[in-house]
Ligand binder design. Sequence first.
Ligand code: CA2
Length: 170
Amino acid sequence: MVESRHCHSPTAMKKILILNGPNLNLLGTREPAQYGYTTLADVETFCKAHGEKIGYAIECFQSNWEGALIDKIHEAGQAFKAGELLGVVINPGALTHTSIALHDAIKGVDPLPVIECHIFNVHAREAFRHHSWISPAAAGIVVGFGVDGYLVAIDGLVRKTVSSAATKKP
Ligand code: CA2
């Protein structure tokens, strides 16, 4: 069975989708020396609160299944086309370093803006974490700010998309 976690904001504001990949559901519950004590539910709560402050409805989804994340990206492409979604922040977990399928999914919904976000500075960790299949398809990348990085990524997405729309020639 494909397991996943959902949370929705019950508003008609434009949405931002936060996607989390494999094992991030363990955040704050296992290996706290490495990953800290903040849970994924905490992250989702403070992202939603921040979204409310800046006028966006934050939708969150976590799955340990690559295909479930790909389906969400495809859905996000449709919602973006319909003008309901500003963009996506994704922490793909270890799929970052392995998933050409996620890369293709993000490319496949271009121009949906996708910000890649990592809790750690992956470049300061093991060599196998230095390569990302997601980065070449991403509109921006946030690494190494801990769980605050999700907020940095949300703000970056808003600044990049809203200010670029405002400054585009007619
Ligand atoms: O820095 C990040 O956000 C990562 O995406 C985290 C992934 C890792 O594979 C990437 O290289 C970088 C790991 C997420 C696993 O999270 C856990 C949390 C608690 C206990 C075990 C795993």
